[in-house]
Design a protein around this ligand. Structure first.
Ligand SMILES: Cc1ncc(COP(=O)(O)O)c(C=O)c1O
Length: 386
């Protein structure tokens, strides 16, 4: 067959339908409560919605500047400065993208050439591996250390070869809810400098940190920031996952390359929403209130597990909670997630799907970005499982 044959010519032969789509579809068909896919089921701030409508009606409906309107980039830079005390030049360090997904695609593409190896830490979000492959790179998966999901420094050292070009880190971490510490970041910086590595830092849950834990961005560490691309998402920050608005921050030299790729992926993103977000970022309480808002939801979900045989693992960040069902069933996690969706009415994501080697520790990931009513209903159902 010719190489252009749609089957034999697949660039991602091993990639099927994403587990998020599969579980959400199953939840819909079974009428189950969907705590699987990571999206809020509550309303977006009406003020933000009105602002988008306002700019649409005002005629802001044509292409924006490819790398984003200056007002939005300026206000993001201001937010980064206010929150983390880090200066980012909005003119040549910030690019507005179609969600973090596009930013990740562009960032990985900037540094990955055919034959380059890129380190990933499993369990890992599902977009990194295929994007590395699409660029001809070789993903090197390393499992985080169970049970605390810390970075396995010895294994990382051993995995680095002259072909290693970059590593992808993600903190706060989906699916485990762990947050990298200051010491972790210093070690990552040291490693990146010693081995001349780029770092792609997925920080989409940067505002969602709890229990006094601080988010440590690569941007805090100048020598690391210089060789990093940090990726963020307004979907996670403002409960607007369907709007697909994100941004990437990097040095001017890296941004120059990233923008070239962005230009041919989407060129630019939704103009009226950029104006609306620029206004909205002026109200800092909108993002400063997120830790308290989401930690209450996490605690409500945890309270719902009291008295059950499910055991929650610590979650200091993201809107995900890992739960062990070892006391409930000996099924594999994929079967357990399916059974719970179909028979018990609560959908979750099995953690093994985030592992290249499908490591199964009998853990399910639940999303607690839900209304109190949804969380209460889910708690009732989980409490009935013996
Ligand atoms: C860790 C992580 N990175 C990136 C993304 C993608 O973000 P966006 O929806 O802004 O493309 C997600 C979405 O769930 C995520 O969990």
């Amino acid at each position: 067959m010719k190489p252009s044959d749609p089957v034999t010519g697949s660039k991602l032969p091993a990639t099927g339908t994403s587990i998020f789509t599969v579980m959400s579809q199953m939840a819909l068909e079974c009428g189950a409560i969907n705590l699987a896919q990571g999206f809020p089921d509550f309303e977006v701030d009406p003020d933000l919605v009105e602002r988008v409508a306002f700019y649409m009606k005002k005629g802001y409906n044509q292409y924006a500047l490819s790398h984003g309107i200056p007002g939005l980039r300026e206000n993001i830079a201001r937010m980064i400065d206010r929150q983390w005390g880090v200066f980012v030049d909005f003119r040549d360090q910030l690019t507005i993208t179609s969600g973090a997904t596009e930013a990740l695609y562009a960032a990985i593409s900037v540094v990955t050439n055919p034959g380059d190896e890129v380190l990933l830490f499993d369990p890992a979000y599902d977009s990194y591996d295929p994007v590395i492959r699409l660029n001809g790179g070789i993903p090197r998966h390393i499992n985080l250390q169970f049970p605390d999901y810390s970075l396995p420094w010895d294994q990382i050292d051993a995995a680095i070869s002259p072909r290693t070009k970059a590593m992808v880190i993600n903190s706060p971490h989906n699916p485990t809810g762990t947050v990298l510490s200051h010491d972790d970041m210093l070690r990552i910086q040291e490693l990146a400098i010693r081995h001349n590595l780029f770092v792609i830092s997925d920080e989409v849950y940067c505002h969602l940190v709890y229990d006094g834990v601080a988010h440590r961005s690569v941007l805090h560490y100048p020598a690391l920031a210089n060789r990093s691309m940090a990726v963020f998402s307004f979907g996670k920050t403002f409960h607007t996952t369907g709007w697909k608005m994100g941004y990437a921050v990097a040095s001017p030299a890296i941004t120059h390359e990233l923008r070239k790729i962005h230009q041919f992926l989407t060129f630019s993103v939704h103009t009226p929403t950029q104006y609306a977000l620029a206004d909205f970022l002026g109200q800092e309480e909108k993002y400063l209130s997120l830790p308290s808002f989401f930690s209450q939801k996490r605690d409500r979900f945890l309270a719902g597990l009291t008295g059950t045989l499910f055991r929650a693992r610590p979650s200091a960040g993201t809107y995900f909670q890992l739960v062990s069902y070892e006391g409930v069933s000996s099924l594999g996690d994929v079967e357990m997630a399916e059974k719970m969706t179909k028979e018990m009415g609560v959908a979750s994501i099995p953690v093994s799907v985030f592992h290249e080697d499908q490591t199964d520790k009998k853990l399910l990931r639940f999303c607690f970005a839900k209304t109190d009513e949804t969380l209460q209903k889910a708690a009732k159902l989980l409490q009935s499982i013996r």
